[in-house]
Design a protein around this ligand. Structure first.
Ligand code: AMP
Ligand code: MG
Length: 320
């Protein structure tokens, strides 16, 4: 078991010593290390069993640190950073030579963001280096949204989880790269497409690995529960395909009435997509621990954060 604590000075000491600390952010918990320490970064990859072709996101304390990481900033990148930082937007920009190749999986671009969590912002301010912090889950598993999720995954393989409570947004950041200085969404996430378009106008989405070699980590099988998961527009209808099975239901706003349904989680009774997003992974973690035969997840409305939720549910179902 790792230490679960709010003690920033202990986290600083461990990170200065090239060790890893799991950190809270408003998206999901990250497994953090000094971007300039080969020891720390190597241990991020081995602890997560993450393949080396999958680059890491660099976390900085404020927009003023951006030019220590990247070598060029398109106008629309500045607009997006001003609009959303600190926050759940990751920008992919040309990297400075000083950024180690292991961070970027050999690419000439680097992913960077300013997270919006008071403990982690304070931690970043006290450190003399940025933090690389991929989600604190073993490769391909559901991302952690509480300190307890992290501890359940890694036990004493990591020394400390900085405890910042449950993550407010609950899914990963939205990743935006640039092609010919125009923004492109590489990963749907905590900030909706509509909110980004309000700043920079209509935007291309390339979040499938088939059409995007630029975002190497976007695997189909990702963010997955170990329980087989199927998606449905009509849960009661889909239920009839699983007689005599132990079925879990993940619903948006409805509470289904059916004798056969024993395990059901409704993520937002008031039908609010922000609330639904924040509870999505916690619901999947819970259902995944019940030893069910199958999880039936409702397909969400395809706008706003519903698009991001559907993206994650499709990846979860793809693994099944
Ligand atoms: P995670 O931190 O686990 O949420 O995953 C980080 C994701 O960021 C990776 O899976 C990539 O899809 C993306 N990413 C990181 N660096 C780059 C980069 N230089 N270019 C494109 N995508 C990147
Ligand atoms: Mg991840």
């Amino acid at each position: 078991m790792s230490i679960i604590s709010k003690d920033i000075s202990k986290a600083v000491a461990l990170l200065n010593n090239e060790e890893l600390v799991a950190i809270p952010t408003e998206t999901v918990y990250g497994l953090a290390g000094n971007i300039y320490s080969k020891t720390a970064i190597t241990s991020i990859f081995t602890t997560k069993q993450r393949p080396l072709f999958n680059p890491l996101i660099v976390h900085i304390p404020s927009i003023h640190h951006l030019d220590t990481i990247v070598s060029a900033i398109p106008e629309k990148a500045t607009q997006l950073a001003r609009a959303f930082w600190p926050g759940s937007l990751t920008l992919v920009l040309p990297k400075k030579d000083t950024i180690p190749d292991i961070i970027t999986a050999g690419k000439t671009t680097v992913a960077v963001r300013v997270p919006n969590h008071p403990l982690t912002l304070e931690l970043l301010k006290q450190l003399e280096f940025p933090l690389a912090a991929p989600s604190a889950n073993p490769f391909n598993r559901i991302s952690p949204t509480t300190a307890q999720h992290v501890d359940a995954y890694f036990k004493d393989a990591i020394q400390m989880v900085l405890d910042g409570g449950a993550c407010k947004n609950g899914i990963e950041s939205t990743i935006v790269g640039f092609e010919n200085n125009e923004p492109v969404i590489y990963r749907l996430g905590s900030i909706s497409v509509e909110d980004i378009e309000a700043i920079v106008g209509p935007i291309t989405i390339k979040n499938k690995k088939e059409n995007n070699p630029e975002a190497p980590g976007m695997l189909d099988k990702h963010y997955a529960p170990t329980t087989p998961t199927v998606l449905s527009h009509d849960i009661l209808e889909t239920l009839t395909k699983y007689p005599n099975k132990r079925v879990g239901i993940l619903a948006f706003k409805e509470q289904l009435k059916n004798d056969k349904v024993t395990h059901q989680i409704t993520v937002s009774k008031i039908g609010d997509l922000v609330e639904a997003t924040s509870k999505l992974y916690e619901a999947l973690h819970q259902l995944d621990h019940l030893n069910l035969d199958v999880i039936i997840a409702e397909i969400f409305p395809d706008y706003g954060l519903g698009k991001s939720i559907n993206d994650r549910l499709q990846r979860a179902a793809h693994a099944s």
